[in-house]
Write a protein that binds this ligand. Structure first.
Ligand SMILES: [Zn+2]
Length: 408
């Protein structure tokens, strides 16, 4: 098959007789020097030195043309192709793989640059300049695309993480003191103000401190197994806070002015008892501590706790470690003393027990009963909390139902 290819000086395209583009020349080497029309049997491009193609023409005279134009066209094609591809890149990953396609170790542009070595000295400057331009253009385009994608990604992120600042805020859940603790703190504050120091002691006690030293002999019913939690080693869970009074008196000389807030334990469980409960015990020992002083302090406490209108009364009672002893009632806060269900119709509710310290207790701690007198009192904190908050069943305090506890 014969083919005609036309060569013109300065021609940039080489066409066969069907007008089909078969190559491009910039019209410098052999082909253009000759000019005119050459009859060829066949012509084909063969890759040579990467992108420097060789045009082989067979026919009138077998010649080979090195077409510098193919490299130029290749560079221009790479640029156009890369710029077009950049437009459709949507992710940074895709951009990176596109960058590798052109700039990678085996990338298209890299290949062309490698082919520079095969160019002649005359050709090198022109093609070199073009290659540098293409590289600069593409580098710039890739940088711009990278920046644009980064920006876009940031925008998307901001959009995704957008917060509607017009929504009402969520209130953080916060805790607060349990009603029993609130009451305990209030009781402590009132007595501190009257000069009492709060002291604490062990909840696991010996029988000596819990009973013997408090004038409660071994045959006393309070020491019954049914009333007290005993441990296997002879210790017990203290049944009241009074042992701390003994420990305090053992460790200091009179005068003593303390309160003992804390937990104690008894085998009880009904509307007004729980196996664990809180007490505040008080002790005042001095040379001239009198029962009227006791009454004055407790009256002041009750009025601060329950209000100025609160009425008080003492009823004789018995405690092993005080003599004389009394229970103190206050006027019912619900009915103001008229009588209601809360107070059993009496108008009074009991809040604490008190008395003058028994001389036997002083002897147990080596205080001289002829030198000092004293008084002690003790109250159940849950009982005070129930009166303060009008809680009918003491057990609800420890059921931990938040609907209940949040009311206080
Ligand atoms: Zn009442």
């Amino acid at each position: 098959m014969r083919a005609t290819a036309e060569f013109h000086p300065g021609a940039t395209q080489l066409e066969n007789e069907a007008g089909r583009f078969v190559g491009a020349t910039s019209g410098s080497r052999q082909s253009t020097k000759r000019g005119g029309t050459a009859e060829v049997d066949a012509c084909r491009f063969r890759p040579h030195n990467n992108f420097n193609h060789k045009l082989e023409v067979t026919g009138q005279s077998d010649r080979c043309f090195f077409l510098r134009g193919t490299m130029k066209a290749e560079l221009q094609a790479i640029q156009a192709e890369a710029l077009a591809a950049l437009k459709s890149v949507e992710t940074l990953d895709a951009l990176e793989s596109l960058r590798i396609t052109y700039f990678g170790r085996k990338g298209k542009l890299t290949d062309v640059m490698k082919g520079m070595g095969t160019l002649s000295k005359e050709e090198r400057p022109e093609i070199g300049r073009l290659a540098n331009e293409v590289r600069a253009t593409l580098t710039q385009a890739f940088e711009a695309a990278t920046e644009a994608l980064h920006h876009q990604q940031q925008e998307h992120q901001l959009e995704a993480e957008a917060v509607d600042i017009t929504l009402p805020g969520r209130k953080p859940a916060y805790g607060k003191a349990h009603p029993v603790m609130q009451t305990l703190e209030r009781i402590e504050a009132i007595f501190r103000q009257m000069g009492f120091e709060a002291v604490t002691g062990p909840e696991v006690e010996t029988e000596y401190y819990n009973f013997d030293a408090l004038n409660t002999p071994a045959d006393h019913p309070a020491r019954d197994l049914h009333d007290t939690f005993y441990l296997t080693d002879g210790h017990l869970l203290r049944t009241h806070n009074s042992p701390v009074q003994i420990r305090a008196m053992e460790s200091q000389s009179p005068p003593v002015r303390i309160i003992v807030p804390g937990k104690c334990y008894r085998v009880d469980y009904d509307v007004s008892h729980t196996p664990m409960f809180h007490q505040v015990e008080g002790l005042l020992v001095d040379k001239h501590a009198t029962f009227s002083e006791l009454k004055g302090i407790l009256t002041s406490f009750a009025r601060q706790m329950f209000g100025d209108q609160t009425q008080m009364r003492f009823r004789p009672h018995f405690f092993p470690f005080t003599e004389p002893s009394a229970e103190m009632d206050i006027s019912c806060a619900v009915c103001q003393g008229d009588g209601c269900r809360s107070c059993g119709g009496t108008g009074w509710v009991e809040i604490l027990g008190a008395g003058a310290v028994d001389p036997a207790v002083f002897e147990a701690v080596n205080y001289d009963p002829d030198e000092v007198t004293g008084f002690a009192f003790g109250m159940g904190v849950e009982r005070i909390a129930n009166l303060q908050f009008h809680i009918p069943d003491i057990r609800t305090l420890y059921e931990n139902d938040l609907r209940f506890l949040r009311q206080f």
